[in-house]
Design a protein around this ligand. Structure first.
Ligand SMILES: [Zn+2]
Length: 101
């Protein structure tokens, strides 16, 4: 066995696009349209924003004072007080998925 051939796995869609664009398989307009894709973030900061379920405040994930994992989801809090409030009654702040009615 001679591991001479390395298949490159895990190229991102963006990389594949860049490659195809570089090969002239698409024009600039097409390239940019595909690069943006159906899901677009105005900027990177928006993508990293989280919402405190207790007070509804939005902030960047790195600014979160506390975080709690509940039913497989991580929730972020602006203060420890919000976290405590959440922990006392998490169901009150989490939209129910299982049809509790
Ligand atoms: Zn809060």
């Amino acid at each position: 066995m001679r591991p001479l051939v390395h298949v490159v796995h895990g190229a991102t869609p963006g990389e594949v696009l860049q490659y195809r664009y570089a090969r002239g398989e698409m024009n600039t307009q097409e390239y940019e349209r595909r690069l943006v894709g159906p899901r677009r973030h105005p900027n990177e900061e928006d993508a990293m924003k989280v919402t405190d379920p207790v007070c509804g405040m939005e902030f960047k994930e790195e600014k979160a004072v506390a975080k709690v994992e509940y039913q497989g989801t991580t929730y972020y809090f602006c203060t420890d007080a919000c976290r405590r409030q959440f922990e006392q009654e998490p169901a009150k702040y989490v939209p129910s998925e299982g049809g509790v009615s």
